[in-house]
Design a protein around this ligand. Sequence first.
Ligand code: FES
Length: 160
Amino acid sequence: MKKKKKQIQKDSVKIREIVSKYRGESGALMPVLQAAQEAFGYLPEHVLQAISKELKIPLSNIYGVVTFYAQFHLKRRGKNIVRCCLGTACYVKGAKEIIGSIKSELKLKPGEDTTPDYRFTLEIARCIGTCFLAPVIMINNDYYGNLSTNKVPGVLSLYR
Ligand code: FES
């Protein structure tokens, strides 16, 4: 508990530092949120509260912005982001089976998208612009195309 309180205080100092770069600027919220996410990896509630206090913007307005833009994340994500394409070209070439294989390889339970060790987060995309590689996934900035379920363990093992 004490450790958590200390962390929150430390994070508030960081937020003050971030906000000081944008204070007085109109439209400071977006760059502050982006910088905070960059610093913390995601936007936990205590960070949003600190931003609300520093920028004097109601917390509900901040939540409105954070939940509107897909670039912001309220939950801690894994070190490696596995983006699986479920667009039409990938779907017809077996993307659903690939996703099933990834989920089972990462031992993700129903409703989970991040492994308990925060090594991987699985995201579903609608087309990642490389349909000629279908079925395709991205891990961080790397593309893996013409995938099959039996290639999935080898690809994931590169990031373990
Ligand atoms: S549909 Fe999968 S990359 Fe376009």
